[in-house]
Design a protein around this ligand. Structure first.
Ligand code: AMP
Ligand code: ZN
Ligand code: FE
Ligand code: FE
Length: 290
C-alpha cells in the first residue's frame, strides 16, 4: 500500500447512487447509510452527474467515512448500455460537463418516449414520472418504475424491470450516449480514472470483445468492476483474467440504489490496494476524508 494513501478502516464500496440520479436516498442519507454499514470508503457514482458530491462531503464531515467522488458515465454500443465508473474527475471539466448535460437531455427524451409507448396500454402520464424524481435528477427507468408502482401496475421496481421496463418488454428504448471509447477518453481528459462497470452485463459482456477491450485499455481504461452481483461466475472469471492480462485494477462494489433494488452496501467490496491505485491515478479531484 502506498504510504500516500492512508489505509481505510472499514470496507471499501465504490459504486452507489443517490437521488441525484436514480437512488432513493439523498446524498446525505446515502452517506449516513455508508456510516451505518461501517464503511471506510464510499464512492458516490450517480449516473451522468456530480451534483451529489458537495452534499455528500458535507454529510461525511466528522463521521470518519471517506467519500470517493465519482460518476457513472452512460455510454452506448449498438443500442446496449455500457457503463463507465469515472473516479476523481474534475467536475468542472468543460468537455465532460457538455457531454453529461447532453446525455441527461437524451435520457429525458428517451424516458418521455418510453412513457408514451407505455401509456398506450397502461394509465400513466409524464407527470407521474416527474413526481418520482428530484428536480434536475438524471432520469432513468427506475423513475418510470416508481410511477408504475404508484399507479398500482406493478408491486416494486424489480417487478417493473422484469416486465414492462425490460429491454425485451416491448416498451424499451435506448438513449443516445457516446461510445465507450469516447467515454474513456473524456474521463481521462478530465483527470479521472475510468473503470468498466458490471462488465458481465448484457452490453459489455457481449460487445466489449478482445479488440475493443484493447482499444479501451490503450485509451486509458484503468479497471474493471469484477465484483458485482450482475456478473455471473463465468463473467467474473473471464474479466478477472482480462484484468490480469492488461494489469487493470479489479474493483468490487454494491451498486447500491437505496430502497427498490436489493443491492446492499458492502455486498461486494474493493481491496485497499486496488483503492490506493485509483487514488494515485486520479488527478481531477480528491477523496474527501470525513
Ligand atoms: P436506465 O439507465 O434508465 O436504462 O435504467 C437502468 C438503471 O436502473 C440501472 O442503473 C439499474 O441499476 C437501475 N435499477 C434500479 N433499481 C433496479 C431494479 N430493481 N432492477 C433493475 N435495475 C434497477
Ligand atoms: Zn442506476
Ligand atoms: Fe450501471
Ligand atoms: Fe450503477
Amino acid at each position: 500500500m502506498c504510504p500516500a494513501v492512508p489505509e481505510p478502516r472499514g470496507a471499501i464500496d465504490l459504486h452507489a447512487h443517490s437521488s441525484v440520479s436514480d437512488g432513493t436516498e439523498t446524498p446525505a442519507e446515502l452517506v449516513a447509510a455508508g456510516v451505518a454499514a461501517g464503511l471506510g470508503v464510499l464512492a458516490i457514482t450517480d449516473h451522468d452527474s456530480t451534483a451529489g458530491w458537495v452534499p455528500a462531503f458535507e454529510a461525511a464531515e466528522g463521521t470518519g467515512l471517506t467519500v470517493l467522488p465519482g460518476m457513472e458515465l452512460s455510454t452506448q454500443l449498438d443500442g446496449a448500455s455500457v457503463h463507465l465508473l469515472a473516479y476523481l474527475i474534475d467536475p468542472a471539466h468543460p468537455g465532460l460537463l457538455a457531454e453529461t448535460e447532453k446525455i441527461r437531455a437524451e435520457r429525458l427524451h428517451r424516458a418521455e418516449a418510453m412513457v408514451q409507448r407505455i401509456a398506450v396500454d397502461y394509465a400513466l402520464d409524464w407527470e407521474d414520472v416527474l413526481a418520482q424524481a428530484q428536480p434536475g435528477a438524471t432520469l432513468g427507468r427506475p423513475h418510470i418504475a416508481d410511477a408504475l408502482v404508484a399507479r398500482g401496475h406493478v408491486t416494486d421496481r424489480s417487478a417493473a424491470f422484469q416486465s414492462i421496463l425490460h429491454w425485451r418488454g416491448g416498451y424499451y428504448r435506448p438513449h443516445a450516449a457516446p461510445k465507450p471509447l469516447e467515454g474513456v477518453e473524456l474521463i481521462v481528459a478530465a483527470g479521472g480514472v475510468p473503470v468498466l462497470a458490471h462488465p458481465g452485463g448484457r452490453g459489455p459482456d457481449r460487445l466489449v470483445d478482445e479488440r475493443r477491450t484493447r482499444a479501451l485499455v490503450d485509451a486509458g481504461l484503468a479497471g474493471v468492476e469484477v465484483g458485482h452481483r450482475d456478473n455471473p461466475p463465468a463473467a467474473r472469471e473471464k474479466w478477472a483474467a482480462i484484468a490480469q492480462r492488461y494489469d487493470l485494477i479489479v474493483t468490487g462494489s454494491s451498486d447500491y440504489h437505496g430502497r427498490g433494488k436489493p443491492n446492499l452496501l458492502a455486498e461486494n467490496t474493493t481491496t485497499p490496494e486496488a483503492y490506493a491505485r485509483i487514488v494515485e491515478l486520479g488527478t481531477g479531484s480528491s477523496p474527501f476524508a470525513g
